[in-house]
Design a protein around this ligand. Structure first.
Ligand code: SF4
Length: 250
């Protein structure tokens, strides 16, 4: 991409981020630190479900097993039983057990604190080597636990970025991840990511987006935006819209 195009996209992202801050508020990072291994397991649990259900599954898993060692030694069935509220329990329990066993083999214990000393690229390489860990999960560990300037892209952010025209010709979340991480302005990764997730829940939903009342209507390149005139969602508390499991891991 040409330098001029990159700076045009960066300006557009800055305008969008400012509008989202004004509309939805500036997200505040939680004070408490979260361990990288806790974050990795929580992110695996959050795949293909909503934050409320995955948080319930994470809380139940921690309550039922006093340590990650106990989880690694438990049967797949008993892990699945603990995390059933998060959906896809059989698949996720196998994945979690395997990841924990691989962490112990590679690092000699149930901890990923060593990632604090690694570069972003090294962290990505280490985490992507685990079965079932993709770019989005690894990027969440980087952003939410290691507090790096990395911008995770899930299916929701991929959809919204495509509609807004800020992710080029990206066809998958991983392609959007590569494109957006070159242009999201420094210092904006956490707030922009968080507000795009909130925005996707409240306004730019997968089906029936509320284009009729969208604060980003003028910035948006979605070619069907004129047809979506609905203006409001059923009542739902801000807490419910804003709750993010990865802000509550600890
Ligand atoms: S105008 Fe519609 S499609 Fe575009 S960002 Fe807003 S809600 Fe999403």
């Amino acid at each position: 991409m040409k330098r001029k195009d990159i700076s045009g996209l960066q300006n557009k992202i800055s305008r969008i981020a400012d509008i989202l801050d004004e509309t939805l508020g500036v997200p505040i990072r939680p004070q408490a630190d979260s361990k990288p291994l806790d974050m990795l397991i929580a992110t695996i649990l959050s795949q293909n479900t909503n934050d409320k259900n995955s948080f319930r599954a994470y809380t139940q898993l921690r309550k039922q097993f006093p340590s990650w060692k106990k989880v690694a030694e438990a049967s797949v069935q008993s892990i699945a039983s603990a995390i059933k509220s998060g959906g896809m329990a059989n698949q996720k329990s196998r994945r979690i057990k395997e990841v924990l066993q691989n962490v112990r083999v590679r690092f000699g214990g149930y901890s990923l604190e060593i990632l604090n000393k690694k570069s972003n690229d090294e962290v990505m390489e280490i985490l992507l080597a685990f079965n079932g860990v993709g770019a989005k999960t690894a990027a969440c560990v980087l952003l939410f636990s290691l507090k790096r300037e990395v911008f995770p892209v899930d299916t929701h952010i991929h959809r919204i970025a495509g509609r807004l025209g800020i992710s080029g010709k990206s066809r998958t979340p991983d392609e959007s991840f590569a494109a957006l991480n070159k242009i999201v302005p420094d210092g904006k990764a956490y707030s922009f990511h968080t507000n795009l997730i909130r925005f996707g829940r409240k306004i730019c939903r997968a089906t029936n987006p509320l284009c009729g009342s969208c604060p980003l209507f003028r910035e948006c390149e979605f070619n069907q935006k004129q047809f979506y005139k609905k203006k409001s969602l059923p009542e739902c508390s801000d807490r419910e819209y804003n709750f993010m499991i990865l802000d509550n891991v600890g």
